[in-house]
Design a binder for this molecule. Structure first.
Ligand code: ADP
Ligand code: ADP
Ligand code: ZN
Length: 230
């Protein structure tokens, strides 16, 4: 018999990474996955997979993403809801690139409540707008395993060869160019930055200086996450 309304509280440690495009959310989320056994959920990756697969959502999202605007809340929330329902998310997730609007943050609170869980920490990666163009225009990714790299700041040990999986196919995103950066930053400041106050008001906000080097940022995050997951 299904007991209506009786939820077992979840012990899952769910985290949110906030920050503008190129702040280092994906890079840090992958390191946290390895360190804490959490699952990275990137709505950008989920949307790009939908575009490649040619799903209805992907068809609608493609032009919006290429222009550097935000995909509709409806599409993104539906994609996230489906992914969050998969069994590997039960121990906790690191949300990378979601929520990006207040509507999404409220929807996330609802999804978490349905799971008997909550957001333990929302970590804001703080960077100067001026750094974004350099970070984004030098970004590339291993097609085999998804490891992220940078021409200057995180080059593979052997040029063209992935440190993690040995793969040699590297991809660059269609939207990672100087033209879209401006609209992406505008969308961030107008729609996503208010979420810093949203999570601050709920007492779960932590701020990290993400202008520091990748390993220094990782150390700061490790401290915060260690406290949040206990
Ligand atoms: P986001 O997921 O926030 O858009 P990424 O993690 O993809 O950002 O990082 C953007 C680019 O900047 C990548 O090429 C990455 O290797 C590089 N990067 C990430 N963190 C740093 C850092 N602290 N300093 C310098 N470069 C970084
Ligand atoms: P970045 O961190 O570099 O901005 P993402 O991979 O997170 O890149 O997002 C790429 C694009 O996908 C965004 O510019 C936007 O068009 C779309 N997108 C990703 N996540 C969301 C979201 N939560 N809400 C709306 N659009 C999103
Ligand atoms: Zn790889």
């Amino acid at each position: 018999m299904i007991m209506d309304g009786a939820k077992t509280p979840s012990t899952a440690a769910n985290l949110v990474l906030l920050g503008p495009p190129g702040a280092g959310k994906g890079t840090q989320a992958r390191m946290l996955e390895d360190a804490f056994g959490l699952v990275q959920l990137s709505t950008g990756d989920l949307l790009r997979a939908a575009v490649t697969a040619g799903t209805e959502a992907g068809l609608q999202a493609k032009a919006v993403m290429e222009a550097g605007d935000l995909v509709s809340d409806e599409i993104v929330i539906a994609i996230l809801r489906d992914r969050l329902a998969e069994p590997d998310c039960a121990n906790g997730v690191i949300l990378d690139g979601f929520p990006r609007t207040t509507v999404q943050a409220e929807a996330l609170d609802g999804l978490m409540a349905d799971l008997g869980a909550g957001i333990r920490a929302a970590i804001s990666l703080e960077v100067d707008d001026a750094a974004m163009v350099t970070r984004i225009s030098g970004r590339f990714t291993c097609a085999g395993c998804g490891e992220g790299y940078h021409d200057t700041f995180k080059a593979p040990a052997v040029e063209g060869v992935c440190d993690k999986c040995g793969g040699t196919e590297m991809t660059r995103r269609a939207d990672d160019n100087a033209e879209t950066v401006e609209s992406r930053l505008r969308a961030y400041h107008a729609q996503t930055a208010p979420l810093i106050d949203y999570y601050d008001a709920r007492g779960v906000l932590a701020r990290v200086d993400a202008m520091a080097e990748i390993d220094a940022v990782a150390q700061e995050l490790n401290k915060i996450v260690r406290q949040a997951v206990v």
